[in-house]
Design a protein around this ligand. Structure first.
Ligand code: SF4
Length: 227
């Protein structure tokens, strides 16, 4: 298939072909945060804001072993949580959010993690991104996560022009099958890491190159590379 053929595909069909190729390339794509329970995933996702999953996975073993239940987190001294999570950045806000979320889960949800987006986003430190991570990975409820990397790839691939993650999420929900919402985010995050980084997209060897208009990155490549 040449580029002209790819351009004629509907957005939904083009997305379908891209997903097939990404699934083949990244069969291991899944949530890279370590967790055992929905609450631990909620905490790890709060910690992952402006931080790599790798770094989060370095601090959560101590955090989860020191505070083993939601009740223990709710009763924790903020300074103790801050000390453990310090290296993830923004640790004061994150510690406050984690302890605050645990308290609210006890007060409003009987000490459990709710399974709806509407309830999750009412917890301190939890936005749509975090809520969708928890829904998709801990509960198997389709959740389309749009972080910086997913947003960048959706724009480069010509599926949206929006910068606002919520608008990107709504646009993608129209062209990605609902059953693949959670997987979609993992695949794009893996692809962003391996091929389509912010600074240096490797279009020449990219597995979806033939279906990608490379919006905003063409100038970074030589004309020869684009042939
Ligand atoms: S072709 Fe280039 S811009 Fe498109 S997804 Fe691949 S690396 Fe990213």
């Amino acid at each position: 298939m040449n580029k002209a053929d790819a351009a004629e595909l509907s957005q939904t069909k083009r997305m379908g072909r891209i997903l097939v190729l990404l699934e083949k390339t990244y069969p291991e794509a899944q949530c890279s945060l370590d967790y055992q329970t929905p609450f631990q995933l909620l905490v790890a996702t709060i910690l992952s804001a402006q931080c790599t999953d790798k770094r989060v996975n370095q601090v959560t073993p101590e955090l989860f072993s020191r505070f083993q239940t939601i009740q223990a987190v709710a009763a924790a001294r903020i300074s103790e949580v801050e000390r453990i999570i310090r290296s993830t950045g923004f640790y004061k806000n994150k510690a406050k959010a984690i302890v605050g979320a645990a308290k609210k889960l006890i007060a409003d949800h009987g000490g459990g993690v709710p399974k709806t987006l509407e309830e999750l986003v009412k917890l301190p430190g939890v936005g749509r991104k975090t809520a969708n991570v928890v829904l998709g990975n801990a509960f198997g409820v389709p959740g389309l996560v749009v972080d910086t990397h997913v947003g960048r790839l959706c724009r480069r691939m010509g599926f949206t022009k929006f910068q606002d993650p919520e608008k990107v999420e709504a646009a993608m929900e129209k062209i990605v099958p609902r059953s693949k919402w959670s997987e979609f985010s993992h695949l794009l995050i893996f692809h962003g890491r391996e091929s389509c980084s912010a600074r240096r997209p490797l279009c020449k060897e990219c597995c979806v190159s033939r279906y990608c208009p490379k919006v905003g990155v063409i100038a970074a490549h030589s004309p020869k590379e684009e042939e």
